[in-house]
Write a new protein. Structure first.
Length: 116
């Protein structure tokens, strides 16, 4: 998340690794320390733990985490089922790319052998 979007006192979903499929942890922002560092208090899975994290580990506000996970699952199942036929027909595949905690679309051109 961007620094401007993060509010002290708010609850957010955190991932230790910014990789899709890694479980969320629930934290409350206590204060901004400096730069992209935040002091947080864990609510789940280690209630009461106070530690420091970077802005990039904050994925989404906690109240939106279920919709985010559902969308992430839909994207994975779509890419899993349609990837091969999509690549064969178009020769190009759209995929999500995670860059510093921000999801972006990127096209990967693939070479498809000519049939006859």
């Amino acid at each position: 998340m961007l620094k401007a979007e993060i509010k002290p006192g708010g609850e957010y979903a955190v991932r230790e690794k910014r990789t899709p499929g890694v479980p969320f942890q629930r934290v409350r922002i206590l204060e901004h320390v400096r730069g992209n560092k935040w002091k947080v208090k864990w609510l789940d899975p280690n209630p009461g733990l106070v530690d420091y994290i970077e802005s990039g580990q904050l994925i989404i506000p906690w109240k939106e985490h279920k919709a985010f996970l559902k969308g992430e699952g839909n994207e994975r199942s779509f890419l899993g089922l349609a990837c091969c036929s999509l690549v064969f027909v178009t020769g190009c595949m759209l995929s999500d790319v995670w860059l510093k905690g921000v999801r972006r679309k990127a096209a990967f051109a693939l070479t498809v052998p000519k049939l006859i």
